[in-house]
Write a protein that binds this ligand. Structure first.
Ligand SMILES: Cc1cc2nc3c(=O)[nH]c(=O)nc-3n(C[C@H](O)[C@H](O)[C@H](O)COP(=O)(O)O)c2cc1C
Length: 333
């Protein structure tokens, strides 16, 4: 069975990618994911906020009457200036890239147009095969226009692309007036891949304690429907690679994303829930389904159920909606 796949121009042994999560927070974690068979690993994110904190800390050190900052690092108290977030990240990335024989993708997570994007270069230099840029932006200011939000994504991508030569994928959320148009704009702006979709964490409310609960919840397969629909719509419209993220639990979810047109299928929640070895279950299940259906390679089945090129996409979606409601309401329109 040939599961080999191309993603962001990289040759992968199969289309299953461990997406950013705490599982890739240690060298052992990355090794275990690779050992379970995934085609690539995305490291957990390095956040703009961490980079800003590090910059502020460096500025404080420089202001503290120390003439040579570089020199100061050698005599600062043990711990200071060594194991801070960004340094730990680069160190882990460097060791992970050397330790496994699959691509390790660095993840940079931020929302402003300030200098943090230049850190992409350090991630590349540490050995990342590619960079996943997570623009986890929530337009909390109700006066911000949709165009501003979109332009912010395009500008941040431009800054990162200017900083690196490795491929760059953009992980974005679904909350745009026209998710397809922002996908096309990012594609035209040079995104090598689009990762659909970011899962926004939505706070809950505890009515007993009157508290807002931030909690991170693992996903369920129903959450795959939205990204899958957009992947099938965009498959024939963009030249960027398409990565699916959200709602993979079993092999059937991987199959469905590939049929919709995903180049790779990412998974985090299922690997957290069942352990990294669940990757082997997903891959075995994919191979078994392919054998049962008579497919010898992933490329034969990828995109079989994508929206055809030249289809009237809005009408296509509307037709599906009308058909679904007709069935549900038992109305013979
Ligand atoms: C505990 C946890 C931590 C995560 N951390 C990150 C992160 O650091 N960066 C990122 O881009 N996505 C992060 N994600 C999102 C996942 O990479 C993934 O896109 C999302 O969970 C949807 O996929 P899933 O349904 O397979 O979990 C995290 C998800 C979970 C559950």
């Amino acid at each position: 069975m040939d599961l080999s796949t191309r993603y962001l121009g990289l040759a992968l042994r199969n289309p299953l990618v461990a997406s950013a999560s705490p599982l890739s927070n240690t060298l052992d974690g990355v090794r275990r994911l690779a050992g379970a068979g995934v085609g690539a690993v995305v490291l957990f994110s390095l956040f703009e906020e961490q980079l800003r904190r590090e910059a502020e800390r460096n500025a404080r050190l420089a202001d503290a009457g120390i003439d040579s900052f570089a020199e100061s690092l050698s005599y600062f108290p043990a711990g200071a200036g060594t194991d801070t977030g960004p340094r730990r990240y680069l160190n882990l990335l460097e060791r992970a890239a050397a330790a496994v024989d699959i691509p390790v993708i660095g993840s940079l997570n931020g929302v402003t147009r300030s200098g943090w994007t230049s850190y992409a270069r350090a991630i590349q230099d540490a050995g990342a095969a590619a960079i996943e840029l997570n623009v986890y932006f929530i337009a909390g200011d109700p006066r911000m226009t949709g165009r501003e939000v979109e332009q912010r994504h395009v500008d941040i991508l431009g800054q990162v692309k200017d900083a690196v030569t490795v491929p760059v994928a953009v992980k974005l959320g679904p909350q745009f007036s026209s998710p397809g148009e922002i996908a096309l704009r990012l594609d035209e702006a040079g995104a090598d891949g689009l990762v659909l979709f970011n899962r926004f964490l939505q706070p809950d409310i505890d009515p007993e304690t009157l508290a807002v609960l931030p909690g991170v919840e693992l996903s369920s397969p129903a959450e795959a429907k939205l990204p899958r629909a957009w992947i099938s719509l965009l498959r024939r419209q963009v030249s960027a690679s398409l990565a699916a993220t959200s709602g993979v639990e079993g092999p059937v979810d991987v199959v469905k994303y590939l049929l919709a047109g995903a180049d790779v299928v990412m998974t985090a929640s299922a690997l957290i829930r069942h352990g990294p070895q669940h990757a082997a279950v997903l891959l075995d299940g994919l191979s078994q389904w392919m054998a049962r259906k008579g497919y010898a390679s992933v490329s034969e089945l990828r995109g079989l159920l994508a929206v055809p090129a030249g289809a009237n996409q809005a009408a296509y979606e509307r037709a599906g909606y009308v058909r679904a409601l007709r069935g549900a309401n038992g109305v013979p329109w």
